[in-house]
Design a binder for this molecule. Structure first.
Ligand code: NI
Length: 193
């Protein structure tokens, strides 16, 4: 049976979604009657994405109560602003592009006006818990999409008009790196408040 995300493997992946860790591989293999081989590199990226929400929660726990809207220094982002940026990046850039790469051939990615989206969202005053919930959920969703994805699918590429080619692997790595960068930023902000 060819492993293609347009075919039966999709429903298999869906049935496995939400489970974490090694049982996914076992369940996936049993349902599809086929072992999915992921390289250690891809497995490591997946593990980093899965760990990101917990790291974020730990960093947020160090923010003094009521200080989420305070800028640590002139011109620097508050915790809220960092969370808005994280949410928008993982949902509207990384998550969207990874999904398009799984469903489409050679997609062209739209540009993303980060500063405008961030400013608009800050004006809306979303509850902090909603921002965190969306970030956590999107990381879980992306991990679910990538778990069991055969190595050749990680090489699928789309193209950004200015930034050039982007593969599933590149974007997945960016999910993990970007989350870590801004989680560290939140931890540093909390220390400076
Ligand atoms: Ni960023």
């Amino acid at each position: 049976m060819p492993r293609d995300y347009n075919g039966s493997a999709t429903s298999c992946l869906r049935r496995c979604a939400g489970r974490v860790g090694p049982p996914v591989r076992v369940m996936h293999a049993r349902l599809c009657d086929q072992e999915v081989v992921m390289s250690p590199d891809h497995r490591a990226i997946l593990d980093q994405i899965r760990f990101a929400p917990e790291a974020l929660r730990q960093a947020l726990a160090t923010v003094p109560p009521g200080a989420h809207d305070r800028s640590p220094r002139p011109g620097e982002w508050s915790v809220r602003e960092t969370l808005v940026h994280m949410r928008n990046s993982v949902v509207m850039v990384h998550g969207l592009r990874i999904r398009r790469l799984l469903y489409e051939r050679d997609p062209v990615f739209a540009d993303y006006d980060e500063a405008t989206y961030r400013a608009e969202d800050l004006r809306r005053g979303e509850p902090l818990e909603d921002l965190v919930r969306m970030i956590v959920h999107e990381h879980e969703q992306i991990a679910g999409l990538l778990d069991g994805l055969p190595d050749d699918r990680w090489a699928r590429q789309g193209r950004h008009p200015e930034l050039g080619p982007m593969s599933v692997e590149f974007l997945a790595r960016r999910v993990a790196e970007h989350s870590l960068e801004h989680t560290q930023q939140i931890a540093e902000t909390a220390r400076a408040l």
